[in-house]
Design a protein around this ligand. Sequence first.
Ligand code: GLA
Length: 800
Amino acid sequence: MINIFHNDTFVINTKGTTYAFRVLKTGQLEHLYYGPKIHVDEDTDLAEKHSNIPGNTVSYNSENNSFSLEDIDLEASFYGKGDIREPMIEAVAFDGSTTLDFVYDSYAVLDEKPKFETLPTSYVEKSENQAGVKIPNKSDNGADAEKNHGSTLQIIMIDKNHGFTLKLFYTAFENEDVITRSAIFINSTNQKVILKRAMGALIDFPEAEYKITSFHGGWANEMNRCDTVLTGGKFVNSSFTGTSSSRNNPLTLMAHADATEDSGVVFGFNPVYSGNHYTAFEVNSFGKTRVVCGINPSSFSWTLYAGEEFEIPEVVMTVSNHGYNGVSQNFHHFVSKHIVRGFWRDKERPVLLNSWEANYFAISEDKLLRLAKKSAEAGIELFVMDDGWFGHRNDDKSSLGDWTENKKKLPHGLKGLSEKIHKMGLKFGIWIEPEMISVDSELYKKHPEYAIEIPDMAHSEGRNQRLLDLTNPEVTDYVIEKISDVLGSAEIDYVKWDMNRIFSDIYSRYLPYERQGEVLHRYVLGFYRLASALTKKFPEILFEGCAAGGNRFDLGALCYFPQIWGSDDTDAAARIDIQGGLSFGYPQSTYTAHISASPNHQTLRQIPFSSRADVAFFANFGVELNLLDLSKDEFDKLKEKITFYKKYRKVFQFGDFYRGRQGNIIEWTVVSPDKKTALGMIFERETHPSMPHLTFFPKGLDPEKKYHFYNIPEKVSIKEFGDLINAAGLPVHVKPDSLLVNTVDKFYKLDGDKEDAVKYGDTLMNAGQRLSEAYSGTGINNVRLFKGFDARVYIIEAEN
Ligand code: GLA
């Protein structure tokens, strides 16, 4: 609901949040409030009191000497008129001057959320009536004139110095407690202007000492949570890889110092953008915190001629007074319904097997078919052939750009393979990397100018490949055509869209000198055009994004790809942090997780089969294993795991996700919207022998409902105990891996831990469920065997 008072105060409410700003008499927009919902009516005064200009600050103009823009909470701000904090827009005008003086011009409430032409944005479904607008109209017999105008407020600001126009958009998502902001800069002059900085949102909070949470890492090590308490100066979370990056994911949170997982006020910000992003938190000398979010201004510039416009990426903002879990759930609900779109949005995602860690580049039709046959037997639904099927690609040094089957590996082509795989009752998917070109390729021979490189200068290679110049529409059109041919050539149900290198040698032969600062943003726009064309042309293909794992995990990519491969690290212990990190801003259905070999290929860590599966369940579950190498025992276990996952996958993929403890013990719970079914997981990193007792605390249950809490007990191999079996009173000494032990192990197993309780939701959530005692140096039957990096999944079902 948008309320407008006195034509100068704007109050945007969602179910649980309020956002307010007003027009100052000097024309700037003063930010009044963003936080948990409050009552604001026509007479509510939220403004800060200013009657004297502070210290050596600059007053905006001599008629208004009571304040400086440096000490006002603003909604949009620019450099040169006294405010020296992070600006929203920077531009070099035709005369070389850089001072912008934007003031309020007008507002409008739009019937529909405006669509951007160049960038993806969140969307409101036609059938939804997210919010209305209320404009008290006293002339109308004092009655409120209430119109259901839709949910977007547009504010127009005009630059008094040169005449540029800035449109600000605010869209309220009532049920998700999200407000999005975006902006369009218009060169409404008849001279050219060079845009140097473009932020979609700027907000000033009157206080400091917020705790900023951001997510960092790198390849195979994404989404590590970092907390920074900002008492002064600046904290910037930005990327410079050309993508949103695994180094610094664009999601940031800002919390009151006392916020916990479930209580306290936490804000969240995330741009809908896949390129170099920038979110800065700045505390100024008046103890105010400014947040700006948009395109990284480093190495960015954009020339606009008379009448041209520049769309600035949308920023998704949310706030909750239910702590980090509250903010995460707002993001989850919003991303699921207003970012992810199309055929697959609400559909349960298939259990897939991906051939990468089973075969790497060494694939052939024969090998794949053998793997596919086993996949079908295991209950897998979708078989994905990863890299290595095209050109003469046997390693990562060649063939990107040559999207024709390698007939030595696939004598019957994609079509033949796909037919055979479908006959086994499986869906079929392929890996592509459409944005790339190998120097060793036919395409490069024909069109070296399609690559991003600086002619006649040495190139810094990344994974032995170069980026295609998607700033050039001819290149993008070419890729659309070639990939369309591939996707149309066989029955293809799924595509893993990879992007394995970051930018270097940034230059486009297509663009003139003055536009080279546009390359990175134009590339992102080219990528969006490519992704849009292909996903529209093949609407039922399930596209999974990937960029060497999570190097492009962002809301922009999720507008095209309903799911993304969050990391190349498939080790369950690493995944606990990666999936846990992703859970702060992205719903489980947007990331995939695969059970893989042990020792794990990335870390060489050994983790029990069940624990590997249990962690991967809390996402779109898949398998990345050579099934032909599994023991019968493991294969049977996998089958059981897949059957179990399929039974509960709706809750795993689309249920409400709650984080519990996150130290040595990690707890996750997913709960169905009707709170009838929940699944919980406990994971212990390090085990200590003197601490055999663990309590699992589920979250999100209905306190008044009675639940059956149980697990599916597993048999335990005597081999788990190594040479300790000699201490169990055997008449002879046996060697741990001897024929005797292996034979006994085949026929005799110990009982594993079993949980079986019926309790009310409030009892489970507050008193927790005391789990079976862990093995702790003595006793081997009925014990919970946690050796370190172990997990258990619990089923929590409401009784009728
Ligand atoms: C990237 C992906 C992997 C795999 C390889 C293939 O590294 O992240 O999952 O597809 O490329 O080359």
